[in-house]
Design a protein around this ligand. Sequence first.
Ligand SMILES: Nc1ncnc2c1ncn2[C@@H]1O[C@H](COP(=O)(O)OP(=O)(O)OP(=O)(O)O)[C@@H](O)[C@H]1O
Ligand SMILES: [Mg+2]
Length: 266
Amino acid sequence: MQTYDLSDTHIVTPPEEIALSTHQLQVYYGNNRQASMTDASLSFPRFQITALIGASGSGKSTYLRSLNRLNDRIARVQGEIMYRNTNINSPKINVYEVRKHIGMVFQKPNPFAKSISENITFALKAAGITDRRERHQRVETSLKEAALWDEVKDDLNKSALALSGGQQQRLCIARAIAMKPDILLLDEPASALDPISTTKLEVTLKALTQKYTIIIVTHNMQQASRISAYTAFFHLGHVTEYDQTEKIFQTPKIQATHDYVTGNFG
Ligand SMILES: Nc1ncnc2c1ncn2[C@@H]1O[C@H](COP(=O)(O)OP(=O)(O)OP(=O)(O)O)[C@@H](O)[C@H]1O
Ligand SMILES: [Mg+2]
């Protein structure tokens, strides 16, 4: 692979209201001395989609998982993650509380082997929402927001495993938003989907920016340019460039970004 000067970076701070930001985030797996993520300082604008792009192994998932403390058991995460004026990367913070505010959807749709409605009510019950009507209301609202309601409303007791991959992924989004989070993290949510399901998912995500701040890892650069306002380019565990999506794809300032987005990388 061509070598680039890793200190050559261009990182903007969006002028919009910031929903979440990291300051010099470093991630070390196991006993590794070498950081898998180095000094990542990024600010995510509220009610926008931000895309994280970069080659395989560049640290996108490592970074994303750190944001809602999913790396706690497997890695040392240093630096600050600021959310509502609090550093949520502090050991004093209740991680379950963090995950209520910052939800996650994974690459492979992972519904529970339960009915469609139970997939959503399960976490609500665990969160202490005892009112049945409130739970049912949230099932309906979140399925509507995830653009799945019309397809499943007559069959909420059907097994979630009987849904198509694209429907399962929208159910996972519904499950995440039923908790009324503020921020949604998605790690390549469309990689297991066909083009039609992918388009549906993209339309859904765009509509969700009315209420949520979205951070999405994607391998698909067309997808990043279609849906995101800002894009961060990751390279070898560093954030190399962060700017408005249009700038990243049309006038990148850093050579590595340029080579990646033009397909001349590696
Ligand atoms: N659980 C883990 N234990 C040890 N090392 C890990 C672990 N997960 C990731 N890594 C290492 O951290 C680096 C970044 O990996 P990461 O999965 O974050 O990359 P990525 O950009 O998400 O790649 P991909 O596009 O393939 O999903 C890699 O060198 C990887 O080997
Ligand atoms: Mg990944």
